[in-house]
Design a protein around this ligand. Structure first.
Ligand code: AHR
Length: 653
């Protein structure tokens, strides 16, 4: 290269550096502002993408209750067995286990010397780890003088047994639960659970279950340990559940009714999952139902285990407006409102109250300390406002201390959105839920979205959002970086936006209906997406007070915000450089509040905006931690291209 060309490019580098050096972020440590909700970053759980059965709820048997529309779905017979004439497996409904669980399977064998087999395929396979222990259980009764003997075993690759055979016999005339342990001798993602019947006679079975003995926090009927841990590691401030459109149902009959999801598992009433039929193949899922093994009691327990405030969302008498929009007439809304009142009693009531007693009977004498309830999910129009008003009046009358969440519909702007906001303000709604599934550009354009929202007491819940990247909505760094940028604005307006959650939370890699999602999993493995790590950095670095923060100079795609965390005595600065170039930023902390020179820094960066995490490379895009020792009244930090940086500064006392 010629000397002049060399000089030219050196000059360009200098000018670029100088221009970039002009970026400053000034944080006024000595002027803490509005109080912030330290629990403002939460999670949104909905049973979509096999998030519950087949996901967080680790039951391995699919359709163990024989209550799917095709009652034998999930169950198969070995080919060698099918043509024999020795008996059969059939569906029955006379004298069932209980009225909520009307179907069961009858096994009938004609000859003493014969045997018959049936196996369960699990949720996209039964995943077992080497040495993993499971409790196998079922309800059974005999239907003949002599009961059959049932042998249960896990079968692995090439039809080889990978557990001991557990024998169950001695069934009586009445339904009774039988159980034992199965230990897997090998890891296998696609095992089968075989039940072999022997003898001559009839035996009825129901509620067949294979449940891991290791669960998150060792809860009985607990949750999948790796997924629970990913949630806990995020340090979510709250958990919204059970949805999402699941709350509404395609029709009201299929809405989420919390009362049918508590109590003994065999009494919980299975229904179809609304995502079963919502989309065409390959995103449909004929085998998608809700057993409610993960029900409202388990949701509350999960909140406790991960340190999140519970935020249940309840049906307000409206089925999904994207489907048939079935409505409960206003004068028949009573039972729906009562369900909401009863839920608060279930969560917080004393043992002497009707619903508090049910919580206590399930093993939780201490209240769950519920503070928030959502009325309706993604409803819109006058019909919603009329129904919300009825709920608002009844709930506030009885429980004035409970904060109510209302909704503004599916769009972040437009006629439906404006109408909802206008009406909800008139009703003195408390927190309004906004949803935005939009391209990354929307998130950049909306960094200042909340700066000019009225401060009239009505707060915002950014309740469902995710950057949908083109062309196929991948969970890549491009989307996550846009979300990180947007969240600087959310946090800057933390006096107004008191809650925020990415949606949806989970996706099964082989059984999803919706993407992107925060966490993906298969039968045994899981990983957080780049968006997960952005959420994690925000949630684990939330503050208690706003700190005035000014980003000046070269501000193109440079975003920043700072908060004070009075609990740790630290100021936390979040900076996003959403350009491909490294850029030095001068951080200024004017005033007389001093910080220690040593500070912790966490950075997520990737030059490649298409970078994604996968089951095999779960932390390709994830935070890297470092220490710096040059923090002070003015210091410079180099922000890598396409990065989120979080600096925790310790205030000198
Ligand atoms: O998060 C997926 C869906 O998006 C939710 O169920 C619904 O509330 C929204 O439309």
């Amino acid at each position: 290269m010629k000397r002049s060309a060399l000089l030219g490019s050196a000059l360009t580098v200098c000018i670029t550096t100088l221009l970039h050096a002009q970026s400053t972020v000034t944080v006024q440590l000595d002027k803490p502002g509005a109080a912030l909700n330290p629990n403002m970053y939460g999670i949104f759980f909905e049973d979509i993408n096999f998030a519950a059965d087949g996901g967080l709820y680790p039951e391995r048997v699919k359709n163990g209750s024989f209550e799917f529309e095709d009652p034998m779905m999930g169950w198969r017979r070995p080919i060698s067995d099918r043509d024999t004439n020795v008996g059969g497996f059939g569906l029955r409904n006379d004298r069932p286990l209980n009225a909520n669980n009307p179907h069961y399977m009858r096994i009938q064998l004609e000859k003493q010397s014969e045997s018959m087999q049936i196996w369960n395929e699990g949720f996209r396979g039964i995943a077992v780890g080497q040495g993993a222990k499971f409790t196998f259980s079922l309800f059974a009764r005999k239907g003949s003088p002599q009961p059959l003997t049932l042998t249960v075993q896990l079968i692995g690759q090439q039809n080889r047994p990978i557990s001991q055979a557990l024998e169950l016999t001695g069934f009586t005339d009445e339904w009774k639960k039988y159980s034992g342990t199965l230990e897997s001798s090998a890891a296998f993602a696609n095992a089968r659970l075989y039940i072999t019947a022997k003898g001559q006679g009839v035996t009825d079975i129901d509620m067949v279950s294979l449940f891991p003995q290791e669960t998150f926090n060792n809860r009985p009927n607990g949750l999948r340990a790796d997924l629970g841990q990913l949630l806990k590691d995020m340090k979510p401030g709250f958990m919204r559940f059970p949805g999402g459109c699941i709350v509404e149902g395609r029709v009201l009959d299929q809405r989420y009714q919390w009362k049918t999801t508590i109590g003994p598992l065999e009494e919980r009433k299975l229904i179809i999952n609304r995502w079963n039929v919502e989309f065409n193949a390959p995103r449909n899922a004929p085998d998608y139902y809700q057993s409610f093994g993960l029900g409202f009691f388990e949701y509350f327990e999960l909140c406790e285990d991960i340190g999140a405030e519970p935020l249940p969302i309840l049906n307000c008498g409206m089925a999904c407006q994207f489907n048939l929009a079935e409505l409960v007439p206003l004068d028949q809304l009573g039972p729906y409102v009562q369900d909401a009142l009863d839920l608060i009693e279930f969560a917080n009531g004393p043992a002497t109250s009707t619903w508090g007693a049910k919580r206590v009977a399930m093993g939780h004498p201490v209240p769950f300390n519920l503070k928030m309830v959502g009325v309706g999910n993604e409803q819109w129009g006058q019909q919603y406002i009329e129904r919300y008003a009825i709920f608002h009046k009844a709930l506030k009358e009885k429980y004035p201390q409970i904060t109510l969440i209302s909704g503004s519909g599916p769009d972040p702007s437009g006629q439906r959105f404006d109408f909802a906001w206008g009406e909800l303000r008139k009703l003195k709604a408390e927190v309004v839920d906004e949803h935005f599934y939009r391209p990354p550009a929307f998130f950049y354009q909306n960094v200042n979205r909340y700066d000019n929202y009225p401060r009239d007491g009505v707060k915002v819940f950014a309740g469902e959002y995710a950057a949908h990247t083109a062309p196929t909505k991948r969970n890549n760094w491009e989307g996550a970086l846009a979300e990180a940028s947007f969240l600087t604005g959310v946090e800057r307006n933390g006096d107004l936006v008191t809650l925020a959650s990415y949606a949806p939370l989970f996706g099964h890699v082989d059984a999803w209906q919706w993407n992107p999602n925060l966490i993906w999993f298969d039968g045994s493995r899981s990983f957080g997406t780049p968006s997960y790590y952005v959420q994690k950095l925000y949630a684990s670095n939330a503050g208690t007070k706003a700190l005035p923060t000014a980003v000046e100079g070269q501000t193109e795609r440079l975003y920043g915000n700072a908060v004070l965390d009075e609990r740790s005595g630290q100021a936390i600065v979040k900076l996003v450089n959403a350009t491909p170039n490294t850029r030095p930023v001068q951080i200024k902390l004017p005033g007389n509040v001093k910080v220690q020179p040593n500070a912790t820094v966490q950075v997520i960066a990737s030059a490649d905006l298409n970078a994604e995490n996968t089951l095999d490379e779960p932390t390709k895009v994830a935070p890297k931690d470092e220490m710096i020792s040059n923090a002070g009244a003015e210091f410079t930090r180099e922000l890598p291209g396409n990065s989120l940086t979080v600096i925790r500064l310790t205030i000198v006392k």
